[in-house]
Design a protein around this ligand. Structure first.
Ligand SMILES: Cc1cc2nc3c(=O)[nH]c(=O)nc-3n(C[C@H](O)[C@H](O)[C@H](O)COP(=O)(O)O)c2cc1C
Length: 180
């Protein structure tokens, strides 16, 4: 598929079919994430695939609540991928502190988008989730206290008739040449 067509095809999927994701397709998405670039090639991530139905339900329950009902769809997804932040290389940690930048968050964002674009290529749907209760999810997945979860991604077959329109700023609003 033409790259721009793939970019247009991906959208945040919030309705899933009750259809399992094939192992080969999941592996392709993970491979795309694995090949993502990162600051100093630190690859500061660990991916946990949650595909046990009972466990998916328990993790999904920690992504919404009275203040955030927008994530109730998560429990329909057959797979949730949890991206745990790992410490980057020492040189990247020092550089990040000196320059006041959180490169690890940029890194996992790129890896997550690689994952999501590969999923779209496979006819699968994804939704990145930044809203979740970190502590209980860490407990459910035996993630050490000292580590932090950077992002969750739902994965499954989309249950849509039509692809929603993209709501985006116009190029004029987001772009200038040579000066702010
Ligand atoms: C870091 C990040 C966190 C997000 N968190 C959530 C979330 O918790 N729940 C949700 O439904 N969508 C979430 N989204 C999806 C965005 O709402 C979505 O990407 C945006 O509205 C653009 O729509 P599109 O992905 O369909 O093109 C998140 C996206 C990103 C990149």
């Amino acid at each position: 598929m033409d790259f721009i067509e793939l970019v247009k095809k991906r959208f945040s999927v919030r309705k899933y079919k009750q259809q399992a994701v094939e192992k080969e397709k999941l592996e392709k998405c993970l491979e795309a994430a694995r090949l993502a670039p990162s600051a100093s090639n630190s690859q500061p991530w660990k991916f946990i695939v949650v595909n046990d139905a009972g466990l998916v339900g328990k993790v999904a329950n920690e992504t919404y609540g009275p203040l955030a009902s927008f994530n109730t769809f998560v429990k329909q997804a057959p797979v949730i991928v949890v991206i745990v932040l790992e410490k980057p290389k020492l040189i990247t940690q020092i550089g990040g502190r000196l320059k006041n930048k959180e490169w690890s968050l940029i890194d996992i964002g790129i890896a997550a988008e690689h994952f999501c674009l590969q999923a779209a290529e496979e006819g699968l749907g994804t939704c990145m989730l930044g809203w979740y209760n970190e502590k209980p999810i860490k407990k459910l997945l035996n993630i050490p206290e000292t580590k932090s979860i950077g992002l969750l991604i739902t994965l499954g077959y989309p249950d849509y008739e039509n692809t929603p329109d993209k709501k985006r700023k116009s190029l004029d609003e987001m772009l200038s040449f040579n000066t702010f």
